[in-house]
Ligand binder design. Structure first.
Ligand code: KG4
Ligand code: ZN
Length: 354
């Protein structure tokens, strides 16, 4: 039996979890900062790291208490090493290093994207479908398409060249005056809308499996805002917060048409890659994987199993970091106590060696 305490602070959730044998969640605590960031309409890095520092100790204690565990029962401590906001990552990393030093437990610095992939292993009915697998990780910070050839063996085949999918949801949500985060708000608003009311563009990219969402965001802005006047500055024209909505805008129609275009872009590229690489199944993970239209479309598009995490594990959490750490721990991977936080860090074949 392997029991791991995992800590995640890469963005705006302070999270800790205790995981036994890879997939059994003994506890998973997530202290969300959404209310703190709502006033800024996005994650404010300074505010995030301060909130992590205030919450981390209590969140870790609660995770241990709910799992009925003490440090003596643990085999390792895992923490998100990156990618993410440096100031936020450092709070979790330094806390985990302190714990490792004090307890003598081994420490594992885990890649956050690998964590999202392993959120699938925490789904109750998940049966490992064999390899290769195609993982689409779509969140506020990332939109990545990765081939998984085996446990821990990745090849990044594409991703966004500008905005992440969740970022596009959040920006368009803000433009439409919807609450933060934009993803769930747009999904709700879209229920009463017509997905064909607007024909928003699906961008073509040079990379065969890449995405681009900034043109889509601009197209939405053009469709719903008062047309730029000569008096508006260049900065204002590019700033969704400064734009004034037209009076006759049907928010539900815009939300629905935007969601339609964005999910269509994700589905088309993912399906093409799934066929080209002859994968056994598709893994959909990250905050945007909570989107039910995306799930429905992907499931219908291909004659392949589609695995999605339980809703609570789509957005950032520490359970997924513990699950990824479990497989790494079994392989013998350990981090040295002086490892550094990594703001950007792509999945690759030897992700922990590069
Ligand atoms: O994985 P996550 O918690 O954080 C990052 O690692 O970035 O993802 C958060 C993102 C936000 O952009 C949010 O708008 C989006 O996931 N999101 C959704 C939905 N729920 C969350 N996007 C679309 N539809 C949803 N239902
Ligand atoms: Zn994430």
């Amino acid at each position: 039996m392997i029991t791991i305490l995992a800590i995640e602070t890469s963005c705006d959730e302070t999270a800790a979890a205790v995981i036994t044998d890879g997939y059994r969640i003994r506890s998973s605590i997530v202290a969300s900062q959404i209310d703190l960031h709502a006033q800024y309409g996005g994650v404010f890095p300074e505010v995030a790291s301060r909130a992590h520092a205030e919450a981390i100790s209590a969140v870790v204690s609660q995770a241990l208490a709910e799992a009925n565990t003490s440090y003596a029962d643990l085999d390792a401590i895992a923490v998100t090493q990156g990618p993410g906001l440096i100031g936020s990552l450092l709070v979790g990393i330094n806390f985990a290093k302190g714990l490792a030093l004090a307890t003598g437990l081994p420490l594992l610095g885990i890649n956050h994207l690998e964590g999202h992939i392993y959120s699938l292993w925490l789904a109750e009915d998940f049966a490992e479908p064999g390899f290769p697998l195609l993982a689409l990780i779509v969140s506020g910070g990332h939109s990545e398409l990765a081939l998984m050839r085996d446990h821990g063996l990745y090849q990044r085949i594409g991703g966004t060249i500008d905005d992440a999918a969740g970022e596009a949801f959040d920006k368009v949500g803000r433009l439409l005056g919807l609450p933060f985060p934009g993803g769930p708000a747009i999904e709700r608003a879209a229920r009463d809308g017509d997905p064909r009311a607007f024909r928003f563009p699906i961008a073509k990219t040079d990379g065969e499996y890449d995405f681009s969402f900034s043109g889509l965001k601009t197209a939405v802005m053009r469709a719903v805002t008062v047309q730029p006047t000569a008096r508006r500055s260049k900065r204002e024209r590019g700033d969704e917060r400064a734009a004034a909505l037209r009076d006759d805008v049907n928010i539900a129609d815009v939300a629905s048409s935007f969601q339609e275009a964005l999910t269509e872009a994700l589905v088309r590229t993912t399906c093409r890659a799934a066929v080209d690489f002859d994968v056994r199944a598709i893994l959909l993970a990250g905050g945007v994987s909570a989107n039910s239209l995306l799930r429905r479309k992907l499931a219908a598009a291909l004659d392949l199993p589609l695995w999605t995490p339980p809703l609570a594990l789509c957005t950032d959490n520490a359970a997924m970091i513990g699950a990824a750490a479990h497989f790494r721990f079994r392989e013998g991977f350990r981090s040295s106590l002086d490892f550094e936080a990594r703001a950007s860090w792509r999945l690759s074949e030897d992700v922990y060696a590069t």
